[in-house]
Design a protein around this ligand. Structure first.
Ligand SMILES: *Cc1c(COP(=O)(O)O)cnc(C)c1O
Length: 230
């Protein structure tokens, strides 16, 4: 079995091959894995880690304490309003903003602690496969709402989760769609803060990068299969 360090180096090489000189941020998705695994990833030079559950992330971050200096913490799971406060307290980038109501909550909690909370709006690209995220129209509404009403939120781009296919090429149109929604806002709004397109996971990050992703979220290919029972 290969080590976490070997896996990361392998993935970084793959990213470089398809990126064509563009800068791609590699997020290590540490959900279900121990603080020690996260530490091993950080020790290889990983600067971004991602978690999808607040209750799992908070004790892990505490255990990691000093190792997290200079590390960006990303929240990538579905965020319920009652967890918004803890998300704001603990994460640098919330990638799953998918409603105006949630924006109101995030903005309020960020204001309370004098923070400008960076967020990505989660775009839902397929009707069946993914449960959460906003439609293309909704993404624009959330963006416009935040720009006008949420001084304590900074919208930095879009995140999407593509459906899974046995035949990897079938995912490409979903990434193309997300890229077009991203580019459309970027061009029309001429917003220099809006520059992250977070798409691509273990199975499809190379295709995602070819289609314009500049942030990939990789768990399994770094840490191995997840065991949700533990
Ligand atoms: C778990 C998760 C990932 C990582 O998936 P892998 O297939 O293990 O790389 C990426 N993004 C989100 C939103 C996730 O929940």
């Amino acid at each position: 079995m290969s080590t976490i360090a070997e896996n990361i180096s392998f993935i970084k090489n793959k990213i470089e091959t398809v990126a064509n000189g563009r800068k791609i941020t590699l997020l290590a998705v540490t959900k279900t894995f121990s603080a020690d695994c996260a530490k091993q990833a950080i020790d290889t030079g990983i600067l971004d880690i991602a978690e999808s559950k607040i209750q799992e992330a908070v004790p892990k971050f505490e255990a990691l304490s000093n190792s997290l200096k200079g590390i960006n913490k990303h929240f990538i799971g579905h965020l319920q309003s009652n967890k918004a406060k803890k998300a704001v307290l603990n994460f640098d980038l919330i990638q799953s903003l998918d409603s105006i109501d949630l924006a109101k909550d995030i903005n309020r909690h960020a204001k309370d602690i004098n923070k400008v909370q960076k967020c990505l709006i989660e775009l839902k690209v397929s009707s069946e496969e993914t449960k959460y995220g906003a439609s293309k129209e909704k993404v624009n509404e959330i963006y416009n709402y935040c720009i006008s009403n949420c001084p304590n939120i900074l919208i930095c781009g879009i995140m999407t989760i593509a459906p899974y296919f046995e035949d990897k090429e079938l995912v490409r149109p979903y990434f193309k769609l997300a890229f077009s929604v991203f580019e459309n806002i970027k061009k029309i709004k001429n917003d220099s803060n809006f520059n992250i397109l977070s798409m691509g996971m273990s199975d499809d990050f190379e295709i995602a990068i070819q289609e314009g992703s500049n942030m990939v979220r990789v768990g399994t290919a770094i840490f191995g299969e997840r065991n949700y029972d533990k």
